[in-house]
Design a protein around this ligand. Structure first.
Ligand code: SF4
Ligand code: SF4
Length: 410
């Protein structure tokens, strides 16, 4: 940790205006500014490590809004990650979080856990599922797992239907692989129709962000090195991601981590320069003429994930597409870019704060009168759909799914 970076904080308070946790709690100790000051005091040995300090550092969504707005250019992520690692060392970790980071550190464990969860969804009695919550989400509202992991259900190389425009790598992330395979099939279908060969490296694994954000950087290293090996290929036009958090990992955190480890820095930078989310790729490579359709307009609203808004400066590309498609009536919610409170495991660790954020989002989404709520992030999707009630009659989808359904009827 470089104290100079912390000392650069002019305590202007701009970060307070965008921090979702601060906005709910209204307490200085819940603000990014306070977290940085506490880290500084701790580093200067003016503050002892304590479980209370760990709690303050943990009560953060790692949404990146503070980093994006900070006029002093402070990298809050790296400060928080390093401090989280220290707190984990000093005070241990909640067993659920420890298990999660342990599972995600190895692909065979992820597969095993997904298989066990799938069996659980079949055999756990309905009265149990109806009764219990995971954080702020009722178990009954959790999505079903894919019948088969997405990467096993598709060939490694998929050729386009027409003119070959180039080759893309597709980093699917764990959510598409195990939960939202429709997002994966839709992404492939759209890219094929656009004329691209799509390679889905079989050996890719979890991007490592859950471990990095929970201060388990050591556990993340293997994942990061495996993915760098899979993704650092010549003659690739772009590396497509369908999850903004995976995008943040590959684009921003891999080069930073490799720099710290002094390993594979050039490869991480090459990968970073090619990463792009699917919606940004669509609008970058297409004038959307081929995305036109004469059906009656479908009314949709949208939730902008924090990691799309803050990390990769491509925040409004999905909205741009929604505005341009002639078969979409896009109704913008007034809080479209407000955090939903999902935050990886935040919805589980801090359900009360998360629920307050979510209740507002749901109220404003309902006010748009839309029956479809689009979002690009799988955790946001789980959080939004998990908190909606059946009577709300709103379904949550990734934008590629509705495009694929309408245009290609699959
Ligand atoms: S925006 Fe940056 S400089 Fe201002 S208080 Fe927050 S961390 Fe400090
Ligand atoms: S990352 Fe998000 S939740 Fe955490 S301190 Fe910054 S703005 Fe607040």
């Amino acid at each position: 940790m470089k104290p100079k970076a912390l000392q650069n904080c002019g305590k202007c308070g701009l970060c307070l205006s965008v921090c979702p946790v601060y906005k709910i709690s209204n307490q200085e100790e819940a603000s990014p500014r306070a977290r940085l000051q506490l880290i500084k005091y701790y580093k200067n040995e003016n503050l002892l490590s304590s479980s209370g300090l760990k709690e303050i550092i943990s009560k953060c969504l790692m949404c990146g809004s503070c980093k994006a707005i900070c006029p002093s250019g402070i990298d809050h992520y790296s400060q928080f990650m390093e401090m989280r690692a220290q707190m984990r060392k000093d005070h241990g970790e909640k067993s659920a979080i420890k298990s999660l980071t342990y599972l995600l550190a190895k692909e065979s464990r992820i597969r095993l856990a997904a298989g066990a969860a799938k069996i659980g969804q079949k055999i756990i009695p309905q009265n149990f599922i109806q009764k219990y919550n995971l954080g702020n989400i009722p178990l009954k509202r959790f999505p079903r797992l894919n019948k088969k992991p997405f990467r096993q259900a598709v060939p490694e190389i998929i050729q386009p239907d027409r003119n070959k425009k180039g080759t893309l790598l597709y980093f699917t992330g764990c959510a598409t692989n195990h939960i939202f395979d429709k997002t994966g099939f839709s992404t492939i279908n759209i890219l094929k129709q656009m004329g691209y060969t799509v390679i889905i490296p079989k050996k890719q694994t979890c991007c490592g962000i859950p471990m990095l954000f929970h201060g388990a950087g050591k556990q993340a290293e293997k994942n990061v090195l495996t993915n760098i090996k899979c993704l650092d290929k010549e003659d690739i036009k772009a590396i497509i991601v369908d999850c903004p958090t995976c995008g943040t990992a590959l684009k921003d955190e891999y080069p930073a981590l490799m720099q710290r480890l002094d390993k594979d820095v050039d490869a991480a930078k090459r990968i970073s320069s090619k990463v792009i989310d699917i919606m940004s790729f669509i609008i970058q490579e297409s004038d959307l003429k081929n995305f036109s359709n004469s059906i009656d307009k479908i009314k949709v609203t949208y939730h902008l994930p924090c990691h799309l808004k803050n990390s990769r400066k491509t925040s409004n590309n999905t909205e741009k597409i929604l505005d341009k498609l002639d078969w979409i009536e896009y109704e913008r919610a007034i809080d479209v870019d407000e955090c939903c409170g999902g935050g990886g495991t935040f919805f589980y660790e801090y359900p009360e704060i998360s629920k307050k954020m979510m209740d507002k989002k749901i109220k404003n989404a309902k006010n748009t009168g839309s029956s479809i709520w689009l979002t690009d992030c799988p955790v946001c999707r789980i959080n939004l759909s998990g908190n909606l009630k059946r009577k709300d009659k709103i379904t949550v989808r990734h934008p590629v799914e509705i495009i694929n359904n309408v245009l290609f009827n699959t």
